[in-house]
Structure formats: structure tokens, C-alpha cells
Design a protein around this ligand. Structure first.
Ligand SMILES: Cc1ncc(COP(=O)(O)O)c(C=O)c1O
Length: 408
């Protein structure tokens, strides 16, 4: 059985909206445009529902996945925290780079003048006075690490990215193309996360999308950063004259994006939608945790082709929202993800293995009789062809080429 009700689901959960600062931040980044929300009637017909909409994150701020929304906001907030004062006012990434350069060359936080002054800033650490450039570090199964490396490049910083054993060359090369030093762990994703955590020091800032005890703020900012997607979706539904989704299918790795999804569809001012969390059969760590009633780590290694979802432990910071807010868990096989990639390609949506999991999940929901004819289904297609070689093998033709991003 692929569809499982969430035993920890809480009825009546209401989440306050995220600050509009997040969207205003993203809008100032080079190349920001809302990603498309496409209505796909052939898929609605296949699922037997009224409407299917795909939020297509194949090209977000010049990268082939949604993750840069979280990485960029968290990096910004982390650098502000280090500075001890806001970067405002600024209007472009070039402005921001100049202000970050002051940090890296060590002019010292107490000497930095801003509109808001430096009140409340902690005393400068020796690092703030050193001349060492700052380094951003992250563990990743591909998309998050590339996004962190991109932010480092845009802000004139260096980056060190760790990937799990077995990461395909295309993903490693893509991260390295951002100027990052990429190293490969001997273990899986969870091991890579632990290894990067140990790199943190005065000049190495860890930007992790999963949390652990004592490291919660950055992953919380990452969840906030994803809220821009849902602000766009709400506007796009309104522009299309649709009341919005009744069912949302979200691909789940450590659960940070699912936490943002729950936040968006448990708003005080909106009708709640059914949130379906889609995980690979062999990496369903969030579902297993919900069954256990607490965050647990799966035994063994995870080897799904859905690389972004190949996680063994949910993010503790995402857990309260995900455990209470998800309605159903859906597990999908690699073959079902492949079929979903092909189905999306047939209707003109380029979606990689993890991105297409949302449609694979919707197919399972339909098969289990969990969709009704009046449903409006939102599929979060969270990536494009992040592994172009595999994409071509699965879909039968290469992914379309993309324009050069402003940053390259
Ligand atoms: C393309 C894609 N979709 C979904 C996810 C899942 O996000 P999370 O780990 O926050 O659950 C990831 C994570 O890396 C991803 O890369």
C-alpha cells in the first residue's frame, strides 16, 4: 500500500504567515522571476480530477531547482547575524557583495555603520577582525549544495560542499562549476551532514538545510526562504481566477520543504488543502518517524534515483510542522518516478527524478481512491533535469537547453 494516513496529524492546525521580507529579498536577486504555474488538463483527465496545476521549478534564479530560495535567504540572514546588523538598504546583489566584502576583509562589525546602527550586536570575534575570506559549507545530494555554492560565488565568498558516496558525476560537476571545492563522503547523506557540521569555525559558515541539536536557526531560515514559492502560487491562482488547490503533492527528503508547504496551506486566512508528502519507498524517513511518533533514522543506506529525497533522518526543525500538518504520506518506487518524469515530459514539463515524485504521488493517491472529481491538485515539481544524462535515458530525449543565467 502506497498511501498512509499520518497517525500524528492534528486537526485545526493554524500557522501564521511568513514575513514578506523573504519575497522582497528574492525579488532583488538578479534574474528573479516567478516560476510558471501551469494548468495541465491532460493530467487532470488521467487522475480523474477537475484541475491539475504544476509549479515548475526547473529554472529558478538561474539554477535547475527550487533550493536556491532557501539557500539564498539563509545565507543572507546568517551573514547579517555575523555582521550584527542588517544589510538594508540595498537594491542589488552587487550592493550586497560590497557589504559582505567588508565582513570578509574584517573591518570589524562595530565599525560598520548602517541605518539601524549596531545596537545589540555581539562583540566582534577574532574572525570578524581577521583578513580571511569567509567560506560557506554545506552537505548536499546536489541541489542545495549547488545553490549554496552559487550564493558564495555571487557574494565573493568561497565554498566547500560535501556529497554522499555514489553522487553522480553530473551533480558533482554542476556544484564545482559554481567554483566550489567538492568532496565526497564515504557514507550517505546523513554522514555528509555530520562531516560538514564539524567544519564550522570562525571563517567557515555552515548553511545546512537540515537541523541538529544546537543548530536550528539556519535550517529555519531555509524553510522560510521556500515561502516565496507559495506567495507566487497564491498570486498565480488568483490571476487565473482559480480558488487554489484542494490537494498539494510535495516531494520530501528531510522535510524542510514540506514544512514550508504545511505553513502555506494551514494559513488562518485560507481554506486548508490536503497535504500529501511523497517519499521514495526506501527513504521514507518522515513517514517512518510519524509511525514511531518521533524523529528516527532509517536503518541501512538509501539508494533511490530520487537523489534529493534520499535521506535517512527528518530535519528536527521541520518535524513539528510536518508531523502535525501532513495529511497523508505516499511512497513511490523509482519506476513510478521514471513514469512520472515521462508523463510530465509528454505535457511539456521538464522534471527530474525528485521533482516528478509529486506526480508519481498523485497517481498513487488516485489509485487509492483518495482524489475526488472536484479536486484541484497542485504538483510541486521541484527540479528540472538536474542529471541530464539520466534524464535522457529515462525520458528518451535530452532536456531542452537553458539560457545562460545572469551569474555565469
Ligand atoms: C529537487 C528536490 N525536491 C525536493 C527535495 C526535498 O526537500 P527537503 O529535503 O526539504 O524535504 C529536495 C531536497 O534536496 C530536492 O533537491
Amino acid at each position: 500500500m502506497a498511501v498512509h494516513p499520518n497517525p500524528m496529524h492534528r486537526q485545526g492546525l493554524v500557522i501564521p504567515p511568513v514575513t514578506e521580507d523573504v519575497r522582497r529579498f528574492h525579488e532583488r536577486l538578479d534574474g528573479y522571476v516567478p516560476t510558471p504555474l501551469r494548468r495541465l488538463d491532460p493530467l487532470a483527465e488521467q487522475l480523474g480530477v477537475a484541475e491539475v496545476w504544476v509549479k515548475d521549478e526547473a529554472w529558478r534564479l538561474g539554477l535547475p531547482a527550487f533550493k536556491v530560495l532557501g539557500a539564498s535567504w539563509a545565507t543572507y540572514r546568517l551573514l547579517e547575524q555575523r555582521r550584527g546588523a542588517t544589510f538594508e538598504p540595498w537594491s542589488s546583489i552587487a550592493d550586497l557583495r560590497d557589504r559582505v566584502a567588508e565582513l570578509a576583509v574584517g573591518s570589524g562589525r562595530s565599525e560598520v555603520k548602517t541605518r539601524f546602527g549596531t545596537a545589540g550586536a555581539p562583540a566582534p570575534s577574532p574572525a570578524a577582525l581577521s583578513t580571511a575570506p569567509l567560506t560557506l559549507a554545506a552537505a548536499t545530494d546536489g541541489n542545495h549544495g549547488r545553490a549554496v555554492a552559487r550564493m558564495a560565488k555571487l557574494l565573493g565568498l568561497t565554498s566547500r560542499i560535501r556529497v554522499p558516496a555514489g553522487t553522480v558525476a553530473a551533480r558533482i560537476d554542476a556544484i564545482a562549476s559554481e567554483g566550489a571545492e567538492v568532496t565526497v563522503s564515504d557514507g550517505g547523506y546523513d554522514d555528509a551532514v555530520a562531516e560538514v557540521a564539524a567544519w564550522a569555525d570562525d571563517t567557515t559558515l555552515v548553511v545546512s538545510d537540515t537541523s541538529w541539536e544546537g543548530y536550528e536557526q539556519v535550517p529555519a531560515w531555509i524553510i522560510e526562504g521556500y515561502s516565496t514559492i507559495f506567495a507566487e502560487v497564491a498570486e498565480q491562482f488568483a490571476d487565473a481566477g482559480s480558488p487554489g488547490p484542494t490537494v498539494v503533492c510535495v516531494p520530501v527528503g528531510v522535510g524542510a520543504f514540506a514544512a514550508a508547504t504545511v505553513g502555506a496551506y494551514r494559513r488562518p486566512d485560507e481554506e486548508p488543502a490536503l497535504v500529501a508528502a511523497v517519499e521514495p519507498v526506501d527513504a521514507a524517513c518522515v513517514m517512518a518517524s510519524a509511525v514511531a511518533g518521533e524523529v528516527i533514522t532509517l536503518e541501512g543506506e538509501q539508494h533511490s534515483i530520487m537523489a534529493g529525497l534520499n535521506c535517512g533522518t527528518p530535519s528536527p526543525i521541520a518535524w513539528p510542522l510536518v508531523s502535525q500538518g501532513v495529511d497523508v504520506f505516499v511512497t513511490v518506487t523509482d519506476d513510478e518516478a521514471r513514469a512520472a518524469m515521462r508523463a510530465l515530459a509528454d505535457v511539456g514539463v521538464v522534471s527530474g527524478e525528485s521533482g516528478a515524485a509529486s506526480y508519481a504521488g498523485a497517481v498513487q493517491l488516485a489509485a487509492a481512491g483518495r482524489l475526488v472529481a472536484s479536486d484541484r491538485v497542485l504538483l510541486l515539481s521541484t527540479e528540472g533535469a538536474t542529471d541530464p544524462v539520466a534524464y535522457e535515458q529515462i525520458v528518451g530525449h535530452p532536456p531542452p537547453s537553458r539560457p545562460m543565467s545572469p551569474a555565469t
